[in-house]
Design a protein around this ligand. Structure first.
Ligand code: SD4
Length: 335
């Protein structure tokens, strides 16, 4: 599908869509219903600020509320991600997430602070707020990552209440998939809304978090990029931070978020760094990039941001300078 058609087909929010960067010239005749506001790319950066993958204005609003009340970036990203984890309508995160092919909802999440400390949970079941469990791993254990039953028991010992995460809507979708797919996992089938969030607080300190139910109808036991420090998320408080969404296998193979931060360290803007990290994926020999999506969002120490994706429509939500808005990303589309 051509880029223009992705734009037309995308369901835009009532909050309006702000188009930045080089996509501006590509939007044509937006209807009244799908009204598109065109704005010049923002160059001025101010703090505090927060960005997140996809259209999650309630989550970024929560994070900004924390920042404006004097909270730090770590509290902001945790609280922001929790909004989407609790939102049962979001079928890629927390409660209501689409299950694996056997009907089990399994969550991956991680968090990273300004000191480079990190915590992560993989294959966590029955606990909605995986990002908060990841924070507890970081703060209350000598470890970085807990998996499966051990992660769940740790969460319970920390006071988290176990619950059934498979909602009726996700169960119905899974049952329909079972009939239609003949039980064969298909890559990149879900509507993405894994939330990855990066924030800079008023002191200029950066933190990040990422939380997901992973790929819909994945094989039991599958873990993606989102809880892998350096792949799904990386924060270097002296340089910047990056978080990924999309097909985790491809992000892991290129250690994507670490790569983006290292490219910023070498002098690239966050936008250039995201584009370079995407080019590492699409330029691999025999890359089948037209079959999947990967998207990165990144920020540097100054609060300048970038976002870029492969092949399909992508956006980030940015709360900065008093504006909480969805920003459409450019994407690689050599189809
Ligand atoms: C994963 N990266 O598990 C996640 C999926 C995702 O929006 O981002 N979905 O591979």
């Amino acid at each position: 599908m051509k880029r223009r058609n992705f734009i037309k087909n995308a369901a835009l929010s009532s909050a309006g869509l702000v188009v930045g960067g080089s996509m501006v010239g590509c939007v044509e005749n937006p209807s009244e219903e799908n009204k598109t506001e065109l704005v010049a790319p923002t160059t001025k950066a101010s703090l505090p600020m927060v960005i997140a993958t996809w259209h999650v204005i309630d989550a970024t609003a929560k994070a900004m509320e924390v920042l404006q009340a004097g909270g730090n970036a770590l509290d902001a990203v945790e609280q922001g991600c929790r909004v989407e984890e609790a939102n049962e309508k979001g079928q890629s995160v927390g409660k209501g997430g689409l299950p694996d092919r056997d009907g089990n909802v399994t969550l991956d999440a991680c968090i990273m602070d300004k000191h480079g400390n990190c915590g992560s949970v993989v294959y966590l079941q029955n606990i909605t707020h995986a990002v908060s469990v990841a924070r507890k791993v970081m703060e209350n254990t000598p470890h970085v990552m807990l998996a499966g039953e051990g992660a769940k028991q740790f969460a319970i010992s920390e006071g988290f209440k176990p619950e059934d995460l498979l909602t009726e809507a996700s169960k119905e979708a899974w049952e329909k998939w079972k009939v239609e797919s003949k039980y064969k996992p298909i890559i990149n089938i879900e509507n993405h809304d894994t939330i990855g969030m990066l924030a800079i607080d008023k002191n200029g300190d950066i933190s990040g978090a990422c939380t997901t139910s992973g790929l819909a109808y994945k094989l039991g036991g599958r873990v993606g990029d989102s809880p892998i420090i350096g792949s799904g998320l990386f924060v270097d408080n002296e340089i910047g931070a990056c978080v990924a969404t999309g097909l985790g296998e491809e992000v892991v193979k290129t250690v994507g978020s670490f790569l983006v931060v290292e490219l910023i360290r070498q002098g690239k803007t966050p936008q250039e760094a995201c584009e370079e990290a995407i080019s590492r994926i699409v330029n691999k020999p025999n890359s089948n990039f037209t079959d999947f999506q990967v998207g990165y969002i990144a920020v540097n120490k100054k609060g300048e941001t970038g976002s870029y994706a492969i092949h399909q429509w992508f956006s980030m939500t940015k709360f900065q300078d008093g504006k909480n808005e969805q920003i459409q990303s450019d994407f690689f589309n050599k189809v």
